[in-house]
Design a protein around this ligand. Structure first.
Ligand SMILES: Nc1nc2c(ncn2[C@@H]2O[C@H](COP(=O)(O)OP(=O)(O)OP(=O)(O)O)[C@@H](O)[C@H]2O)c(=O)[nH]1
Ligand SMILES: [Mg+2]
Length: 268
């Protein structure tokens, strides 16, 4: 592995992208019998893919530690917001920043595969926004630590207290990639069904809090909120869960208090 972790992450990422094109996505479609090939060859291929994925994650961890050190030196609290596409990350963030920016200097990094749609929406908050399009990095379905590090060159960390990273909409891969953040939050909308914590446990295990969003829609849905909460608790018993509506602003105060409390612990 190269000594430079950015180069290591990029090299591993390149290799992964090449495997992705040639053999399907590592760790996702590597069932040994899925292509009908010779068992030894598919076994070798699966072993190689696991090694490559391990290498990507190791390189990512090194880069995440460098980011974490920088965030500590600069006294910046970093929040990673994750969810499936459309759960309400951007809308929740706009509301959250609207309330927090009276006392805190904030900036946003937002990841999408393509488009500046979210950055355009978030710019109404007045916070500096950097849009990352991962199609420049092979169309990854998550933000990796080296990608965030590169975006930091467009943000003056001396001028902010809070950096929010809105991850690419995906309930699986973003949970695997540390970026040096201080807190992780998953947004789950009531329109997605109660079963998601059970089906995508890593995301709920890795996060420090859950926002159960779009509660204004509950009267129109056949949705068992108690069951959703109990499913989250099954995966992460102690996790704070905040029922909110980013549309109406309902339930935001406890969420904002929790976030301010976490920021205070780090920044004083
Ligand atoms: N009714 C209702 N709609 C909401 C709420 N929050 C978000 N929406 C709507 O849900 C849609 C998706 O919201 P976004 O904030 O773009 O979701 P996102 O998670 O940022 O989506 P991606 O970035 O594409 O993953 C938009 O049409 C929002 O207006 C809410 O609390 N209630
Ligand atoms: Mg968004």
């Amino acid at each position: 592995m190269p000594n430079n972790p950015t180069a290591a992450a990029a090299a591993a990422s390149d290799l992964r992208i090449r495997l992705h094109h040639k053999e399907g996505r590592p760790g996702h479609h590597s069932h040994p019998h899925s292509r009908g090939g010779a068992p030894e060859k598919t076994h070798q291929r699966a072993t190689r893919e696991i090694k490559v994925v391990r290498r990507v994650l190791d390189a990512n961890d090194i880069m995440a530690d460098q980011n974490r050190k920088l965030f500590s030196e600069k006294k910046v609290f970093v929040l990673n917001m994750m969810s499936s596409p459309g759960s309400g990350k951007t809308t929740t963030l706009i509301k959250t920043l609207g309330k927090l920016m009276t006392g805190l200097r904030c900036a946003v990094i937002v990841g999408d595969i393509c488009s500046t749609y979210d950055a355009d929406q978030l710019s109404v908050t007045g916070a500096p926004v950097v849009q990352i399009n991962t199609d420049e990095f092979g169309g990854d379905c998550h933000l990796a630590a080296h990608v965030v590090a590169r975006a930091l060159s467009d943000i003056d960390l001396d001028e902010i207290d809070l950096l929010v990273v809105e991850n690419v909409g995906n309930l699986v891969c973003p949970a695997e990639f540390d970026m040096g953040e201080d807190a992780r939050v998953v947004v789950l909308s009531v329109a997605e069904g109660e079963d998601k914590p059970i089906k995508y446990p890593l995301m709920f295990r890795q996060c420090d809090a859950a926002l159960l969003n779009k509660v204004d829609l509950l009267p129109y849905l056949d949705y068992d909120k108690d069951l959703a909460v109990s499913n989250i608790r099954q995966i992460h018993p102690e996790m704070p869960i905040f029922s909110v509506s980013a549309k109406t602003g309902e339930g935001f105060d406890p969420w904002l208090e929790w976030l301010k409390g976490r920021i205070k612990v780090k920044l004083g």
